[in-house]
Design a protein around this ligand. Sequence first.
Ligand SMILES: Nc1ncnc2c1ncn2[C@@H]1O[C@H](COP(=O)(O)OP(=O)(O)OP(=O)(O)O)[C@@H](O)[C@H]1O
Ligand SMILES: Nc1ncnc2c1ncn2[C@@H]1O[C@H](COP(=O)(O)OP(=O)(O)OP(=O)(O)O)[C@@H](O)[C@H]1O
Ligand SMILES: [Mg+2]
Ligand SMILES: [Mg+2]
Lengths: 259, 259
Amino acid sequence: PMRVIALANQKGGVGKTTTAINLATALAAIGEKVLLLDLDPQGNASTGLGVPKDEREPSSYDLLLAERPLSDVSQETAIPRLHIAPATLDLLGLEMDIAQSPDRAFRLKKALAAHSGGDPQFSYVLIDCPPSLNLLTLNALAASEAILVPLQTEFFALEGLSQLMQTVEHVRSTLNPQLDILGVVLTMADQRNRLTTQVEKDVRETLGDLVYKTIIPRNVRVSEAPSFGKPVLLYDMNCPGSKAYLQLASEIIRREKAL
Amino acid sequence: PMRVIALANQKGGVGKTTTAINLATALAAIGEKVLLLDLDPQGNASTGLGVPKDEREPSSYDLLLAERPLSDVSQETAIPRLHIAPATLDLLGLEMDIAQSPDRAFRLKKALAAHSGGDPQFSYVLIDCPPSLNLLTLNALAASEAILVPLQTEFFALEGLSQLMQTVEHVRSTLNPQLDILGVVLTMADQRNRLTTQVEKDVRETLGDLVYKTIIPRNVRVSEAPSFGKPVLLYDMNCPGSKAYLQLASEIIRREKAL
Ligand SMILES: Nc1ncnc2c1ncn2[C@@H]1O[C@H](COP(=O)(O)OP(=O)(O)OP(=O)(O)O)[C@@H](O)[C@H]1O
Ligand SMILES: Nc1ncnc2c1ncn2[C@@H]1O[C@H](COP(=O)(O)OP(=O)(O)OP(=O)(O)O)[C@@H](O)[C@H]1O
Ligand SMILES: [Mg+2]
Ligand SMILES: [Mg+2]
């Protein structure tokens, strides 16, 4: 079966795209067939996986308008077993384009359902969301079995967490009763910094086991990698960031197996 | 006259709120009468200036719905000469609430125009925008004389800059012919880091004098301050972050005088 997971958090710059790219790569490295679905008009995930700007059609926009099937939109990347459905600025117009349509929040769910059984087969679909609770993110949450929450170890990011949890509750009661919280991953953590350790303590106290043991450290190699169009696992596989993302992938798989 | 400036960038987490809070405080410290208008449903600017969650009504939402005048919505802060128009989650519903109204992009412009001559008088209005190019940000750009662009010295942030410039062009030709670019301020810069110096070099080459000489360094005191509901200038006025924001305020005023 295809596991569909949304990487979402309305707070900006918390590591959604970086986690989507590097977790997708790590899962592919350990043998899973993965699709990274870029739902952010900025198209950072498409850039971070090296998709040239003029090779992003058909895109996730065409998928949501039901004009192209997933098998047309997904393309191979330089990483074996990892495909991407790229994003373009067209997504900015989606809200206006489908505002009147009754199934506007379920476009992605329908597109993924239409694909199941098709070629290529994916074991994981990771959806990179924009930093807002708009129709794009709602489509992702309605189509997903679970949400993975990247959480920067900063005060403003912590403040937004309770709002995000309320949104998940709201989506669960209106659009998607199956939506679970897969987990919360702390990102850009600097263990020498009091704020980081304070946020970590707060989050573990309130959310307990939902917070992964794996913590992604702040590591400049992680932020350099996208300028080469590569995940950090390819750019520098021995750096602390790469090790942390590989560890996160195996922690997620271990938890999935225990389910 | 009242100078209205939007702090906008659709890339998330680049320092829009942090710059809005600390620049507003620095301008007030040097004698200007400032209003910080929080247009982000997250309400980070309201939190960063110490407005309790249960004291945020009436809010900027009421202003945009034309139900309350600016003099009702703006409230004093702990900082002399600095007022805030707080934000609440109600803003999330704005797009649906005013989607059909022909003046939906000009609500803020009208509200600010209705206030001019009223009490209190402001010399600067700084608008903190959410990380998207939605109706809230469009209202801010339509109501402003200029946009101040906080730019994190990171690759993804640089990638988004050209899209932001296109959006400014588009707003200038459709909603607001007077919209200028006030300037671009580099944020969270780590001068020891090759990526920072590379981004700085790229931006100065493409945008020249539009980029302020003042660079805001990455400084943990800046990210600690909001958890105490204070601008960093109040939390630790001698730290590198505070000095940089005071320097930015005087660079902006010097340029305004030269106009
Ligand atoms: N572990 C890390 N160490 C250092 N830098 C990081 C790390 N993770 C992410 N970054 C950098 O921080 C910035 C924000 O990360 P990213 O763009 O992935 O966040 P996002 O949540 O997807 O942002 P947006 O809200 O704009 O979509 C990027 O420039 C990225 O390269
Ligand atoms: N100079 C700095 N040094 C260290 N940390 C900083 C600095 N500027 C901002 N930060 C921290 O970086 C994070 C992102 O900054 P901020 O929230 O101001 O960005 P934003 O663009 O307003 O984000 P959003 O897109 O979610 O509105 C915050 O946690 C903030 O405290
Ligand atoms: Mg992103
Ligand atoms: Mg902000």
